[in-house]
Design a protein around this ligand. Structure first.
Ligand code: BG6
Length: 484
C-alpha cells in the first residue's frame, strides 16, 4: 500500500471494535462527525460500530448524541441525525468467522472501498480479531488496522502483539495511535523548529540549559481503576505521550516530511536515551501517588480510596531526569513529569536557554535566561520569555516579558481535536504521526531500564491531591519545575 495523496480520500468502511466504548463515544465518533460536518468526508462511507453487549441501536445513538453535541458549537445539532445514518451498530458477542459473516458480506459488497479496522479494545483481543479478519478474507491491500494503546505491558508482550498483527497486516497498514501527536500544538512544534531559522540555530547543548516537559492532569483515575492500577503513570503516559513529545523536541531535522524520514529521526532519539543502571535510578526518578486533597474547590479522595483497595504501589505521578547521549544534546537534562490530581490541568514544553555569557549590567546581579514555552493545553500557545528594561530613568532594571502567540486568537478558528487529524491521516494512508514498530520497541527497551528496578530502588512518595506533586529532589536548585 502506498501513501495516498494529501487531498484524496477513497470511499471507506470504518469498522470500530469497541464501537460503543468510552473512547469511541468520547473521541473517535465525534472526530468523524466533525470532519464530516466540515465537508472533508464528502465521499461515500459507513461507520460500523461493533459491540459485544449493546444490541439496541436507538439506545446506542441516544448515548452517543451528547458526546457529539458537546464537541460542536451550539446550533449545529440538526445535522447529527443525518450523520447517524452513516453509523450502524453491529452486535458481535464473540468474535469468530461465523459471527462476522454478515459484516463480511456487507463490506465485500463494496470491493473498491477502503477498509479501516479500528481496534479500540484491550490489546489482549487484537490477535483474535486480526486472525478472524484475515481468515474471513477482509484484509486486502485497501485494508488498514488502527491500534489503541496500551500495546502490551512490557517489551515481550508488545513484541508478541506486533508479531500476531503482522501475520494479518503489513507494517504499512498498521496505524499505532498516540493521540498526543495529533494535537495542533504538537504538530506546530515541527513548524516552529523547522520553518524558523531563529530557533533551530540555537537548538542544542551549547545554547539550551535544560528542557522540561510536563503533562499535569487535575482528574484522578476516574472509572478506569482496574486498568490504571495495573498500568501506572510510567506506562500510561511516559512510555508513549511524553517520549513522543521528547522525540519531537530532540530529533534532528528529517530530510522530508514522509513517514519514514520523520520516524527514522525519532527512532534515533529513542535509541540515544541514556539507559538507567540500578544505582542511578533513585537520583533520577521519582514516583508518587495522590492522597486526599482539594482540587479547585472540590475535596477529593485518595488514590487508594478511588480504586477501593487498602494498598497499592501503583504510581499516579512520575518525574524523571533523562539524558540523550548524542552530539546535539550532550549533558542537557530533559525533565519529564506527569501526574494525576494535580493542581490544574496543563501541559507544556519549556525550553530553558542558557544565560548570557557575560553580564555588562552592573545594576543587575543575575540576568535571567530566555525561555521558550510551548503550551499544549488547555490554551494552546507559544511564549518567548525575554528580558526587557523597565521604563524609567536612572540605571537598568529588568523584567521578563513574554512575546505570546496565542493560536485561538491568531487564527480565530476552532482548534480541531487530535483524533480528527489522526483519522484523516489514517484514511489518507499517511503514517507520519503514527508509531512504527521499531520506535515502540525502542521505547519499551528504555522504559524497562526503569521498570526493572522500579520497586526495589525507588520509594513511593505520597502527595496531596491539588498540589504539584513531588519531584524537586532530582532537580538542580536553578531549574525547579516552572509550575504554573
Ligand atoms: C491517555 C491516558 O492516553 O491520555 C489517560 O491513558 C490520560 O490516563 C490521557 O488521562 C490524557 O490525554 P489528554 O489529551 O487529556 O491530555
Amino acid at each position: 500500500m502506498t501513501e495516498t495523496s494529501n487531498t484524496y480520500i477513497a470511499p471507506f468502511f470504518a469498522v470500530i471494535f469497541g464501537g460503543d466504548g468510552d473512547l469511541s463515544k468520547r473521541k473517535i465518533l465525534p472526530a468523524f462527525y466533525n470532519r464530516w460536518d466540515d465537508g472533508q468526508l464528502d465521499m461515500p462511507f459507513q461507520i460500523l460500530c461493533i459491540s459485544r453487549s449493546q444490541e439496541n441501536a436507538t439506545q446506542f445513538k441516544k448515548e452517543l448524541r451528547p458526546f457529539i453535541e458537546s464537541s460542536i458549537p451550539e446550533g449545529g445539532e440538526d445535522r447529527i441525525d443525518s450523520f447517524f445514518e452513516r453509523i450502524e451498530l453491529v452486535h458481535i458477542p464473540e468474535i469468530s468467522e461465523k459471527n462476522v459473516a454478515s459484516l463480511s458480506k456487507k463490506i465485500k459488497a463494496e470491493p473498491d472501498w477502503q477498509r479501516t479496522f479500528y481496534l479500540s479494545v484491550p490489546s489482549a483481543a487484537f490477535n483474535e480479531i486480526c486472525t478472524v479478519l484475515k481468515s474471513s478474507g477482509l484484509v486486502n491491500e485497501n485494508s488498514k488496522v488502527v491500534l489503541e494503546k496500551p500495546l502490551g505491558h512490557n517489551l515481550a508482550s508488545s513484541n508478541e502483539i506486533n508479531t500476531s498483527i503482522l501475520k494479518a497486516f503489513g507494517e504499512r497498514q498498521i496505524f499505532r495511535i498516540d493521540h498526543y501527536l495529533g494535537k495542533e500544538t504538537v504538530q506546530n512544534l515541527m513548524v516552529l523548529r523547522f520553518a524558523n531559522h531563529l530557533f533551530e540555530r540555537s537548538w542544542n547543548a551549547e545554547n539550551i540549559d535544560n528542557v522540561q516537559i510536563t503533562v499535569a492532569e487535575s482528574l484522578g483515575v476516574e472509572k478506569r481503576a482496574d486498568y490504571y492500577d495495573k498500568t501506572g503513570a510510567l506506562l500510561d503516559m511516559v512510555q508513549n505521550h511524553l517520549l513522543q513529545l521528547l522525540c519531537l523536541v530532540a530529533m534532528e531535522p528529517p530530510s522530508t516530511l514522509t513517514a519514514d524520514s520523520v520516524r527514522n529521526e525519532k527512532l534515533k532519539v529513542l535509541e540515544s536515551l541514556r539507559v538507567f543502571n540500578k544505582s542511578e535510578l533513585k537520583n533520577n526518578v521519582i514516583r508518587g501517588q495522590y492522597s486526599r486533597g482539594t482540587v479547585g474547590e472540590e475535596k477529593v479522595k485518595s488514590y487508594l480510596e478511588d480504586i477501593r483497595q487498602f494498598e497499592s504501589e501503583t504510581e499516579t505521578f512520575v518525574a524523571l531526569r533523562v539524558f540523550i547521549d548524542n552530539w546535539r544534546w550532550k549533558d542537557v537534562p530533559f525533565y519529564l513529569r506527569t501526574g494525576k490530581r494535580m493542581k490544574r490541568r496543563y501541559s507544556d514544553i519549556v525550553i530553558n536557554f542558557k544565560p548570557v555569557r557575560h553580564n555588562i549590567f552592573s545594576d543587575v546581579e543575575k540576568i535571567p535566561a530566555n525561555r521558550l514555552i510551548i503550551r499544549l493545553q488547555p490554551d494552546e500557545r507559544i511564549e518567548l520569555v525575554q528580558l526587557s528594561k523597565i521604563p524609567g530613568p536612572g540605571g537598568y532594571r529588568f523584567k521578563p516579558i513574554s512575546l505570546k502567540l496565542d493560536f485561538v486568537d491568531s487564527f480565530k478558528q476552532r482548534m480541531p481535536e487530535a483524533y480528527e487529524r489522526l483519522i484523516i491521516d489514517i484514511l489518507r494512508g499517511n503514517q507520519t504521526l503514527f508509531m512504527r514498530y521499531d520506535e515502540l520497541e525502542s521505547a519499551w527497551k528504555w522504559i524497562e531500564s526503569i521498570s526493572r528496578y522500579w520497586h526495589d530502588e525507588t520509594r513511593l512518595v505520597l502527595y496531596d491531591s491539588g498540589s504539584w506533586g513531588p519531584g524537586y529532589e532530582i532537580m538542580d536548585e536553578s531549574t525547579k519545575w516552572q509550575a504554573k
